[in-house]
Design a protein around this ligand. Structure first.
Ligand code: ACO
Length: 397
């Protein structure tokens, strides 16, 4: 089992890089190359690709900054599928689904819609609320387990948004992806001098669900959500504490494993192992009961660890915002942490489990709906395949 918490404390150590640039490990624990912090992460581009943004750093040399959430956005597919709609294709009922999960509707990609467009639209909403120009975005983190390109969608989103000065890459951590992305973004700000970081959670699990399996197909929907995380002074720091965990022993309870059942290429020369068969992913498989038990046991512990790191009691939480998987999980965690129901953010009934999108989607609705206000403390927690789980205590605005 691996774990990471915000309680990282390293003495400042200076080292020399190959090109004699001063580098250090800051007290935040983040490795920082002062001369050009971004250079160590950039790749050599093809000559036809515009590389100017890589050749000069706009990033200040500061480390040890705080970060705050200043914008959010979300996007949904048009097609709505109700529990009654599902009852036409599998043996189930609106009553069973709503009582066991709290879900009544979900949105599913259809027609010409793509996940990449949803992610881009959500990001545009976050930039607009934050009043940040695409030119000023330094980093785009695309948290998804269902990219449309095997090599990731982040750079496509970057291109679509016109964020020509940004570095972009994908993060895969299933339903914990957004929480992992938010922690990653805050570390780039804290130790790397990055100013504006877009964190996007976006998934289309409808494409990996077995629509004849009533145990899983009733749960999932597609969506995208995004936030803009911005550098600020230590005093204004809204990123109060976090806890991240993973445990591969639980992979058997929730996965969509690659299978090589494809056709042998025609020119395979009778060699059984070469060329390799074209692989594809199996549909999502889940032991619902085990995942349920894992969530109600680990999520409260994780939130308590993040609160501990923040030095705050659970009574300071204004909003509990969990990955939207099952209303019974949300209620059980709230109960365990003694958080009253009026402090729970939940839109599960409308959209089901949208994986990495569920937290930023619910946050966006709560902010735009006037529930979450500047200064409110939110406890966010994601959990899912891996198994992975993690929590963040954050102040909005
Ligand atoms: N409609 C009607 N009956 C159903 C359905 C359905 N859709 N699904 C299952 N049943 C039946 C089962 O066959 C079983 O019948 P039986 O008693 O005759 O055998 C009965 O209902 C009970 O089934 P369970 O699977 O035991 O139902 P449970 O109460 O555990 O609920 C559920 C299932 C909703 C999936 C729940 O276990 C759950 O929410 N688990 C957590 C899922 C989760 O949080 N995932 C998050 C991560 S997702 C990610 O990371 C990608």
């Amino acid at each position: 089992m691996a774990n990471a918490s915000g309680a990282i404390s390293l003495a400042s150590v200076s080292v020399r890089s190959e090109k004699s640039s001063a580098a250090s490990i800051s007290p935040s624990g983040f490795f920082s190359l002062y001369r050009n912090p971004r250079r160590m992460l950039s790749l050599r581009c093809d000559a036809t690709v515009e590389c100017s943004s890589r050749s000069k750093s706009r990033l200040p040399r500061l480390v040890g900054m705080g970060s705050k959430l200043v914008g959010c956005g979300s996007a949904l597919p048009k097609l709505q599928i109700s529990n009654d709609d599902l009852a036409k294709i599998v043996e189930t009922s609106d009553e069973w689904i709503s009582v066991r999960t709290g879900i009544r509707n979900r949105r599913v990609l259809s027609g010409e819609e793509t996940l990449f467009e949803l992610a881009s639209d959500a990001a545009k909403g976050a930039l607009s609320m934050a009043q940040v120009s695409p030119d000023d975005v330094d980093l785009i983190l695309m948290c998804t387990s269902t990219p449309e390109n095997l090599f990731g969608d982040a750079a496509r989103v970057q291109r679509e948004l016109g964020c020509k000065n940004a570095l972009s890459f994908d993060i895969t951590a299933a339903c914990s992806g957004f929480v992992v992305g938010l922690v990653t973004g805050s570390r780039f700000i804290k130790g790397g001098g990055y100013q504006n970081v877009l964190v996007i959670g976006s998934d289309a699990l409808s494409q990996y669900v077995d629509w004849s399996d009533r145990g899983t197909c009733i749960l999932f929907g597609d969506a995208a959500g995004a936030v803009l995380l911005q550098a600020c002074s230590e005093k204004e720091d809204g990123f109060l504490g976090f806890d991240l965990q993973s445990d591969g022993h639980g992979e058997k309870h929730l996965n969509a494993i690659i299978v090589d059942e494809g056709e042998l290429p025609a020119d395979s020369n009778d060699a059984p192992d070469f060329p390799p068969r074209k692989p594809s992913y199996s549909c999502l498989k889940m032991n619902g009961k085990e995942v349920f038990r894992f969530a109600v046991r680990c999520v409260p512990q994780s939130i308590e660890a993040a609160l501990d790191e923040a030095g705050l009691p659970s009574s300071t939480i204004d909003w509990l915002l969990l990955h939207q998987a099952n209303q019974r999980i949300i209620d059980s965690v709230a109960n365990r942490l003694q958080i009253p129901s009026h402090k729970i953010i939940s839109n599960l009934a409308s959209y089901g489990n949208t994986s990495a999108a569920s937290i930023p989607l619910a946050l966006d609705e709560a902010v735009r709906g006037g529930q979450v206000k500047a200064g409110d403390v939110i406890a966010m927690s994601g959990f899912g395949a891996g198994l992975t789980w993690g929590s963040i205590i954050v102040r909005w605005g």
